[in-house]
Design a protein around this ligand. Structure first.
Ligand code: DGJ
Length: 302
């Protein structure tokens, strides 16, 4: 697969799973993301909500489409899932205690003023997911967001808040369907979004993008000794040609495969969002714990 380009599934159809995440469950990788498979609305940089799609693979290259696991509700304009709304960056984690698959996503009005989280659950990884609630975490705005499940199975919601000025990190309840109540701020007044989190050595790492809509900008990463600790901004981890514009991409998720960490990027095509591309790049760390991300023109899977 060519990084930065549109990717096709095993049936030759373009993959629609933008702003997504990858979950490994029972030896299978599940890729969830925004289905943007329609033309942009006239004179606009948005696509009507279609739903969250799911693809499965064993090697992260041959992807089979499993359909929409959470679908738009077309006949009720009041529904948070109505096509006229916004549904971005769905993230799914598995809760071993409840044996449920829990999805959090950014749900919004077309003007991005609702700025809320949607929470949905499913009994199986291929869905269907049922929307449980839509809320503002701790009455704070939520726009770009991700989930991070720690080794102790405690999970966190990480999101841009306060007009995207600051990142909030909130602990989830044991069943992952709500907020436990404790939260902390990271990158205060730094205007970052598209957060993705991982752990390496003895530190947590968070990569974020700047806030320039669908246009690419510089990735920066921060580290902290504790997920809810004090985050320190380090540098741009990208290296080589186009490193200042994240190789024309934007971070969407960090996942582990074969004991290595990978960063997935979206390559947005603002004027025709359904034609946006993807890339998956290995994340390297040197002996000092410095993060390095280099461009590779191909993604060959594992
Ligand atoms: C950048 C965000 O990262 C995307 O998820 C999306 O919200 C666009 N902005 C909208 O302009």
């Amino acid at each position: 697969m060519k990084n930065g380009q549109q990717w096709k599934d095993i049936h030759g159809n373009y993959i629609q799973a933008h702003g997504g995440c990858i979950l490994k469950y029972n030896g299978i990788y599940y890729w969830y993301g925004e289905h943007k498979g329609a033309d942009n609305c006239p004179n606009s940089r948005r696509v009507d909500v279609i739903g969250v799609s799911c693809y499965i693979s064993k090697n992260l290259v041959d992807w089979e489409y499993k359909g929409l696991v959470l679908e738009a509700v077309k006949d009720n304009p009041e529904s948070y899932l109505h096509p006229s709304k916004v549904l971005e960056r769905p993230k799914v984690i598995y809760n071993a205690k409840t044996q449920k698959f829990v999805m959090w996503m950014h749900m919004d009005s077309a003007d991005y003023k609702l700025a809320s989280a949607g929470i949905a659950i499913a009994d199986k990884p291929e869905g269907p997911f049922r929307l449980l609630k839509v809320k503002r975490p701790n009455n704070q705005e939520l726009r770009d967001m991700t989930l991070y499940k720690d080794v102790d199975d405690i999970a966190y919601l990480i999101y841009s808040t306060d007009h995207n000025n600051t990142i909030s990190i909130d602990k989830l309840t044991e069943d992952y369907t709500d907020l436990e109540g404790s939260y902390t701020f990271a990158m205060v007044n730094q205007m970052r979004e598209a957060a993705a989190v991982c752990f390496h050595g003895n530190k947590y790492y968070m990569v974020t993008s700047g806030c320039t809509g669908w246009k690419p900008n510089s990735t920066l990463y921060s580290t902290s000794d504790h997920i809810m600790g004090s985050w320190k901004l380090i540098d741009n981890p990208c290296e080589g040609e186009n490193y200042r514009i994240t190789f024309y991409g934007q971070s969407t998720y960090i996942f582990e495969a074969d004991n290595r960490l990978f960063l997935m990027l979206d390559h947005w095509n603002a004027n025709d969002l359904k034609c946006s591309g993807y890339s998956i790049l290995p994340i390297e760390f040197d002996e000092d714990g410095i993060m390095h991300i280099n461009w590779c023109s191909d993604w060959d899977g594992i």
